[in-house]
Design a protein around this ligand. Structure first.
Ligand code: PMT
Length: 222
């Protein structure tokens, strides 16, 4: 049995994709499987934490029976669930792939095929991590992810600051065995104090373990 180093701590994790409806049968989404979030949830639970996992549709479920699952569909629903749980959370980990935009109008009936081209107007979604980052108190820890395709380090460090994260976990779409859907990941973890840790390609369970180790090293007293 692993040490119960998060015993009594409340952990909020967002995981999986969001779905933004276009009409009753279609949506905009992404390739997130929820594997990274499930691995994190199980890691925290195995070390004694009370885990609340906010799960997008179709995302992988964790194994630990103690984990409380909050199922959501859209980014707006994910935000609502996260905002409700956040005041009680000691640690929040934002592993979900959240749609940045959603269709402005959701058609009540199935959109009919018409001309050769069509345009869909999108409006910005709430940024869950940014919004809760503004509410973060001195005894709370926020961990974000960055999924990048270019200028990875620059974008990750920019998000670390902008979203008020204590740690950001960078996974690149350019790395083999990393990112969406895979059972493995390869990450660089940047800390708010400027330190960095890198991993090899490892099972997501092992990556989750590394992230928990970095959290334990933070100066924040939760
Ligand atoms: O689910 P898997 O298939 O296992 O894949 C794992 C993963 C690749 C989805 C995961 O490791 C990951 O990188 N998650 C974040 C993906 C992402 O959308 O990153 P981003 O760079 O767009 O967002 C930056 C951070 O802000 C993330 O912590 C994200 O959860 C958060 N965010 C983004 C937009 C938004 N509207 N709300 C948010 O909270």
């Amino acid at each position: 049995h692993p040490k119960q180093e998060f015993l009594g701590k409340k952990v909020l994790i967002t995981s999986g994709p969001t779905q933004e409806a276009l009409d009753p049968v279609r949506f905009i989404s992404n390739h997130s499987s929820g594997k990274m979030g499930a691995a994190l949830a199980d890691s925290f639970a195995s070390q004694g934490a009370e885990v609340h996992l906010i799960l997008g549709k179709g995302a992988k479920k964790p194994q630990h029976a103690s984990i409380q699952i909050h199922s959501v569909t859209s980014a707006a629903e994910m935000y609502e669930a996260a905002a409700n749980l956040h005041p009680q959370a000691d640690i929040a980990v934002f592993a979900a792939a959240v749609a940045d935009y959603a269709p402005k109008h959701v058609a009540e009936e199935k959109i009919k095929k018409a001309g050769e081209a069509m345009t869909i107007e999108l409006v910005k979604n709430v940024d869950i991590a940014y919004s809760l980052g503004k509410e973060k108190r001195h005894h709370q820890i926020h961990v974000g992810f960055a999924l990048e395709t270019e200028n990875e380090e620059f974008h990750a460090k920019e998000k670390l600051g902008k979203k008020n994260f204590d740690l950001i976990v960078l996974n690149s779409m350019r790395e083999e065995g990393a990112g969406f859907q895979k059972d493995t990941n390869k990450v660089r973890i940047f800390s708010e104090d400027g330190s960095e840790a890198n991993s090899e390609v490892l099972p997501k369970e092992k990556i989750a373990g590394l992230i928990l180790e970095r959290i334990k090293k933070l100066p924040v007293k939760i």
